[in-house]
Design a protein around this ligand. Structure first.
Ligand code: ZN
Length: 349
């Protein structure tokens, strides 16, 4: 067993206490950037991501960028982690973990199981809307995205239940709001909330509404897919240009970039770096090759400084998409097939 290095401890502690400061209500940075318009990459007008470190059974031990929307903690740009309380537990677990020489807190040290991921029973996503008004507003978009998935994965069922109303366990609650981003739960967990939020357009933050393309991506999370660009081995395929990540704060020292270790960053800076962090290899289950055309791959300019890219392909012939792609790729289809292998007879990754 190895003791954590001083800088690791500092980074974890600062992340942990940073959360306590952040939770009462994240304040908007005066230097908030509005150049990235996708609601997946910029959650709401008033939420600047914070940097943290978590440890749980779904995400393992890793840095995350997070925002808090109505007590929902959103990580990785658009994945609903759970309540602030759950997130704090995962941060405490990270702070308490013994980190070995390879920089990972190993499974055996885990004291928390914050959010086990599971497929939806019988490949059936059960859903309703949080209100009749939201249904009226979002139904065409949601039906379009469901139709896209059913075309490529006809063994899935999306079961609409009635009536509309507040969140209930075991039911995906489809919600809408003007400025709180687009995000969704990862996989299914009977004991926790399941929600998918679709932004309907936000004039204050300059971000647009989520359409069918973004909703296809969100449903990918609902079905259990993680982000392709966060694969643990993504550095074999893309360069992540941390120097081009927008710090999202006004206190960044001149000349410093988001490549700095977390302990050297002013509080509230570079949360977007965590939104692009690699998955812990112990917790991620990606099949197949690195999939540049996955619907679960962010665009090359996600969270970037104006006119910059944060992700570029390593090899000639490969290309990081310049927008979110609207159709599940062959790889996405094969990965969902693996998650629902009892129902799917197609190729599985
Ligand atoms: Zn996503």
């Amino acid at each position: 067993m190895h003791l954590p290095t001083a800088s690791t401890i500092l980074a974890i502690l600062s992340a942990f206490y940073g959360l306590a400061l952040a939770l009462p209500g994240l304040s908007a940075s005066p230097n908030r950037r509005d150049t990235v318009l996708s609601p997946l990459y910029a959650i709401g007008a008033d939420n600047v991501p914070q940097l943290g470190t978590i440890l749980d059974d779904t995400y393992g031990f890793r840095e995350v960028g997070y925002t808090v929307v109505d007590d929902n903690v959103i990580i990785d740009g658009d994945i609903l982690y759970g309540s602030s309380n759950m997130f704090q537990q995962a941060q405490s677990a990270a702070a308490a973990a013994i980190v070995s020489g390879d920089g990972h807190a190993h499974l055996t040290t885990r004291g928390h199981s914050a959010k086990p991921k599971a497929p939806w029973t019988d490949a059936t996503v059960v859903y309703n809307y949080i209100s009749d008004d939201v249904e009226k507003q979002l139904k065409p978009t949601v039906d379009g995205a469901i139709g896209t998935w059913l075309k490529v994965a006809p063994y899935l069922t999306f079961k609409r239940v009635y009536p509309n109303g507040p969140e209930q366990r075991g039911i995906l609650s489809i919600q809408g709001s003007e400025c709180s981003g687009c995000w969704a739960t990862l996989g299914f967990n009977r004991r926790q909330q399941q929600a998918m939020r679709i932004q309907t357009g936000c004039t204050a933050g300059g971000t647009v509404a989520c359409g069918v393309i973004e909703t296809v991506h969100e449903l990918g999370h609902v079905l259990g897919l993680k982000h392709e660009h966060q694969r643990h081995n993504r550095d074999d395929h893309i360069h992540l240009l941390c120097e081009n990540i927008a710090p999202g704060c006004s206190t960044m020292p001149t000349g410093k970039t988001c490549c700095e270790p977390a302990a050297n960053l002013p509080s509230g800076c570079c949360g977007a770096r965590g939104q692009l962090a690699k998955e812990d290899p112990q917790s991620s289950d990606y099949g197949g090759y690195y999939d540049f055309v996955s619907a679960m791959h962010y665009a090359d300019h996600a969270f970037a400084l104006p006119d910059k890219k944060v992700m570029v392909a390593r090899r000639q012939g490969d290309k990081v998409p310049s927008t979110l792609l609207g159709d599940p790729s062959k790889g996405d289809i094969a990965r969902v097939c693996k998650i629902y292998s009892d129902e799917c007879k197609g190729p599985k990754w």
